[in-house]
Design a protein around this ligand. Structure first.
Ligand code: 13P
Length: 256
C-alpha cells in the first residue's frame, strides 16, 4: 500500500551506552558495512558522543541523531540541550517522547509536543515515539491511546513540516524485553497511526509518512517486520550496539 512513496529509515537508539572509544569502534565497523544501504541509516548517540559521531560520519550515508532536546532555545534549564545546539554541531535527527523519557523523566504528551515543534522549527527531523503499556494493550485501549499520543504530539504542527517527522511505534512491553510484537501486531498499529495522519492531514500526508516499529527488533526478526506494508523501518535499541546485527537489519530494510 503506497510503500514506494516513502523511504524506510533504520535508526539505532544507543540509549546510555558507548563512551568515545566505543563510539569510534562501532562506527568504524558500521561505516563500510552499511554504505550501500537503500534505506536511510541513523545513529542516535549520547550527547557526549555526538561530536565524535558527526565527525566520523561526515561524507558517509550515516546520519546522526540525539536522544532528546529541550523546547526552549536557551535559558535557565539546567541539564537540558536546545535544538539549535544540536543543529550547530551537524546533528540532523532527534528522538522525542521515548517511553523511557516518559516513564523515568516525567515527559508528557504536552512536553513531547513542545519538543517536537521546537526541534522541527530548528531544522531537526524528529523521531517521535508512541506506544502502549502492556496493561493498556490488555485493556484493549491501544488504538485510542496511540491515536491520542500522536494527535497531542502533532498539535500545531503544519502539514508542510511533516517531512521533518518520523513516527516510531514502540510498544513499551516490547522494549528491551526480547518480546517483539508480531509483525501483524506491529503493522496493525503502524497502519492505525497512518490513519490518524490521514484524518489530521489527508491521505497524501499519510502515504508519505515514515512510520517505524521499535521494540526488540533484531537480526532475526527484522526482515519479517519491515516487509509489512505499513512498517517503514525500525528504531532499534540493543541490536544497534552490535555492528553485524545492525547491518543485517539495514540490509533487511534495503530489500523492501
Ligand atoms: P530494544 O531494541 O532494545 O528493545 O529497544 C527499542 C527501543 O527502545 C528503541 O528506541
Amino acid at each position: 500500500m503506497n510503500k514506494q512513496l516513502r523511504k524506510a529509515v533504520i535508526a539505532g537508539n544507543w540509549k546510555m551506552n558507548n563512551n568515545r572509544a566505543q563510539t569510534r569502534e562501532l562506527l568504524e565497523a558500521l561505516i563500510p558495512s552499511v554504505k550501500d544501504a537503500a534505506c536511510d541509516v541513523v545513529v542516535c548517540v549520547p550527547f557526549t558522543d555526538l561530536e565524535t559521531a558527526v565527525a566520523m560520519t561526515k561524507g558517509t550515508n550515516i546520519k546522526v541523531g540525539a536522544q532528546n532536546c529541550h523546547f526552549e532555545a536557551k535559558g535557565a534549564f539546567t541539564g537540558e540541550i536546545a535544538p539549535g545546539m544540536l543543529t550547530e554541531m551537524g546533528v540532523e535527527y532527534v528522538v522525542l517522547g521515548h517511553s523511557e523519557r516518559r516513564q523515568y523523566f516525567g515527559e508528557t504528551d504536552v512536553t513531547v509536543n513542545k519538543r517536537v515543534k521546537a526541534a522541527i522549527g530548528a531544522g531537526l527531523t524528529a523521531i517521535l515515539c508512541v506506544g502502549e503499556l502492556l496493561e493498556q494493550r490488555e485493556q484493549g485501549i491501544t488504538a485510542e491511546l496511540v491515536a491520542m499520543q500522536t494527535k497531542i504530539a502533532l498539535n500545531g504542527v503544519e502539514k508542510a513540516d511533516l517531512d521533518k517527522i518520523i513516527i516510531a511505534y514502540e510498544p513499551v512491553w516490547a522494549i528491551g524485553t526480547g518480546k517483539t510484537a508480531t509483525a501483524d501486531q506491529a503493522n496493525e498499529v503502524c497502519a492505525l497511526i497512518r490513519g490518524v495522519i490521514a484524518e489530521l492531514y489527508g491521505q497524501d500526508a499519510a502515504d508519505a509518512m515514515t512510520i517505524q516499529y521499535g521494540g526488540s527488533m533484531n537480526a532475526g526478526n527484522a526482515a519479517e517486520l519491515v516487509s509489512k506494508p505499513d512498517v517503514d523501518g525500525g528504531l532499534i535499541g540493543g541490536a544497534s550496539l552490535k555492528a553485524p546485527d545492525f547491518t543485517v537489519i539495514v540490509n533487511a530494510a534495503s530489500q523492501d
